[in-house]
Design a protein around this ligand. Structure first.
Ligand code: SF4
Ligand code: SF4
Length: 355
């Protein structure tokens, strides 16, 4: 990894440098919130000191509705669909959102089951990260996703009136060199980086100990917590929509009115939707909200990690804001830990009574 330093007021020049060859998407203010949007050649729209955007950047890699191919029932033929790929820079992503994309990459870019649609978009996407300060909803420190060491092209670390820039790709390094006066980092830059990092870490509340989480998930599959959460869940799927790591989809065939041709599309779906696990003949493998909530967290905390090593949550906190029923990872972890403590105390009491 290579480091360079640029002045903060050079960020607009950097954006303009990328805009000559790429569509630039970044965080912009909308009302009282922030969203990712195309900023064109107007870097003044960019809000680099944003908290968290309403929706994550995943829509730029996994479009909510994506044509896979076209077909003709009349001619019994299939026609490949060539999607138009826009070379794009996702500018100003926080570490948690880059870590989320790294998790999506593990699903969609795979030697055995590669997804050509995602893969092609990802290959044509550069990522420029930027450091942040946590909001009350952030708990990335619990998972260690408050920092990122791969998956980006540049990462801008705020060190006062400058950015210390971590560089991971030649393509982005060229734009940085051409559009700014990037210079080598000094000892003072390194000291300021460490000071800023210490400030960042101390801004988080203390983190849950999650070392026992896989064991708790395994042992508490039939815990009353899931019924309790299921009674509250509205099955609205808002949690999946706002989640940067959720990636369930459905495949639909859209037929022309005469039924002679059609389009196969992939659309976002959610394992929290009531009919997500419904199959032909009407059976539903997860007919209750409790079973769907449980499935969502089992996939995030046990299923995905058993295959890919990381939990499928980055602690971005978006679902804490979006869920009107107060169901989120911190509530689940707290609930399981409290139930484990209650069972342990009960076992101790029984042991004392027998003794
Ligand atoms: S957990 Fe919350 S956001 Fe998700 S489906 Fe249930 S009510 Fe909706
Ligand atoms: S589960 Fe919630 S906190 Fe975790 S990544 Fe998804 S939206 Fe963010």
């Amino acid at each position: 990894m290579l480091f360079r330093v640029i002045d903060k007021n050079e960020i607009e020049a950097l954006v303009r440098g990328f805009a000559t060859s790429y569509e630039v998407v970044g965080p912009v203010k909308r009302g009282e919130s922030y969203v990712f949007d195309e900023i064109g050649c107007d870097p003044s729209r960019l809000c680099v000191d944003y908290t968290t955007t309403l929706l994550p950047p995943k829509k730029y890699l996994l479009p909510p509705r994506e044509v896979l191919f076209k077909f003709s029932t009349a001619q019994n033929s299939v026609q490949d669909f060539e999607q138009e790929i826009v070379p794009r820079v996702l500018f100003g992503l926080h570490a948690c959102d880059i870590n989320a994309i790294n998790r999506l990459d593990k699903v969609y870019i795979d030697d055995e089951y590669d997804d050509p649609y995602y893969h092609k978009i990802r290959e044509n996407t550069l990522i420029v990260g930027i450091s942040c300060m946590p909001s009350e909803h952030c708990f990335c420190n619990v998972w260690g996703t408050d920092e990122v060491t791969q998956g980006y092209d540049l990462f801008l670390h705020d060190i006062g009136d400058r950015y210390l820039v971590s560089i991971l790709s030649v393509r982005a390094a060229e734009v940085l060199t051409i559009s700014t006066s990037a210079r080598e980092a000094s000892v003072q830059d390194s000291v300021d980086f460490q000071t800023r990092n210490a400030k960042f870490r101390s801004a988080f509340p203390s983190a849950n100990n999650i070392s026992e989480l896989p064991m708790l998930m395994d042992a508490f599959y039939n815990d009353a917590l899931w019924e309790e959460l299921g009674e509250r869940c509205l099955s609205c799927a808002a949690c999946s929509v706002v989640c940067p790591t959720c990636h369930c989809f459905n495949i639909k065939d859209i037929l022309s009115p005469n039924g002679e041709e059609g389009t196969r599309v992939r659309v976002w779906d959610s394992c929290c939707s009531p009919d997500f696990a419904a199959v032909a003949h009407g059976h539903n493998f997860r007919a209750t909200a409790a079973s769907r909530v449980r499935n969502r967290f089992y996939h995030k905390f046990l299923g995905y990690p058993s295959k890919h090593g990381d939990v499928l949550c980055t602690g971005c906190g978006r679902c804490e804001v979006a869920c009107k029923a107060t169901i989120n990872p911190r509530v689940v972890i707290d609930g399981l830990q409290q139930d484990a403590i209650a069972q342990r105390n009960s076992a101790i009491d029984k042991g004392v009574a027998r003794g």
